[in-house]
Design a binder for this molecule. Structure first.
Ligand SMILES: [Zn+2]
Length: 267
């Protein structure tokens, strides 16, 4: 697998497997909070680091931009979002309002099968939290809310929620202290308990409190553990699943990469 990719690294031929591996590596760095808010993702530096063409990097960055995990700035490229306090308030208010409506609708269609699926999901979340797997915890805690909305079978609502989650999960990754647990699994459990009791008022209450807690844990000044050194983040000490793109372990231009990174002045 790796060999086939190697021979096509510098060519323009379609190679979805490589694109996916680069996408996953960058997404993981964002979701694990390794990239400092506001960091510019410079195409040619990433192309050097991943040993792929700039076009390939551009495609991946646009995909992440479309998912709202990166900010695309016309003529200036992509950067890690640097949400303001207002952005955070707006996204979490939208989460609370949307989920309140979802829960009311959900009680009408709720059955044992759905409750069993939610219970299984809670078990998975608990396991990830217990083994301290932060990336899995962020992913699974978002997936919990996706399970709720998807059960309604309304494509528009599902799309709204996915959009909100993309933005809020980046906020969590960038701004939540790494020492804290992510979405408290017990709070998700309390939402499921209220659903099981067909108690809409309680479900809405616990859901609202849950989003308020998550929002309250964000610390907008937290950036100390994150970095803007792309070569350091992607070039070493990254445990990747087998099949991921082989990275440039000893980039001779690491110093240059660091020097040429520009942190936007505001934003
Ligand atoms: Zn949650």
């Amino acid at each position: 697998m790796a060999k086939a990719r190697t021979s096509r690294r510098r060519t323009g031929k379609a190679d979805p497997e490589t694109d996916e591996a680069v996408y996953q590596a960058i997404l993981r760095a964002i979701m694990e909070g390794k990239l400092k808010a506001g960091t510019k993702l410079v195409e040619n530096l990433l192309a050097q680091i991943f040993k792929v063409s700039r076009e390939r990097i551009r495609k991946v960055l646009h995909r992440l931009g479309a998912e709202r995990r990166l900010e695309m700035i016309p003529n200036r490229g992509a950067r890690v979002p640097r949400p303001t306090l207002d952005d955070v308030r707006s996204v979490y208010e939208a989460h609370r309002v949307l989920e309140a409506g979802v829960l009311v609708q959900l009680i009408r269609v709720l059955d044992d099968k759905l409750l069993a699926r939610l219970d299984a999901h809670l078990a998975e979340e608990r396991a990830a939290a217990n083994r301290g797997d932060r990336a899995a915890s962020v992913r699974l805690s978002g997936a919990f809310h996706i399970h709720l909305v998807d059960a309604l079978g309304n494509a528009d609502l599902s799309r709204f929620l996915r959009d909100l989650l993309s933005r809020s999960s980046v906020m969590v990754s960038v701004y939540e202290p790494a020492t804290q647990s992510i979405c408290a699994v017990d709070e998700h459990g309390a939402i499921v308990d209220a659903l099981r009791a067909r108690d809409a008022a309680r479900a809405i209450d616990v859901s609202r409190d849950h989003f308020l807690h998550v929002e309250g844990r964000l610390r907008l000044e937290k950036e100390a553990s994150a970095s803007e050194d792309l070569a350091a983040i992607f070039g070493r000490g990254n445990d990747r699943p087998s099949g991921a793109v082989r990275l440039h372990r000893k980039s001779p231009s690491r110093r240059g990469v660091r020097a040429s990174l520009q942190q936007p002045k505001s934003g």
